[in-house]
Design a protein around this ligand. Sequence first.
Ligand SMILES: [Zn+2]
Length: 83
Amino acid sequence: MARKCEEFIKGLADYIDGDIEPELCDEIEKHIGKCNNCRIMVDTMRQTVSLCREGKEERLPEALERKLTGMLKERWDKKFGHS
Ligand SMILES: [Zn+2]
């Protein structure tokens, strides 16, 4: 389960960006269906990214996505005791 979540987080930025392999996208969709923690995370990230894109800021949300992904991965690692 922990490993699955980790893989999930790795593909998350691409998934949010819509630039992702259909197979991986399908896997992520399935995982979200089963894993409440990751579903909440995706919702939060999607919201953040879309807010950023719809806003007047002209900066790309790429840096934000990376920051979020790193932050969340760190949190996940702690939670699942990965190291
Ligand atoms: Zn998960």
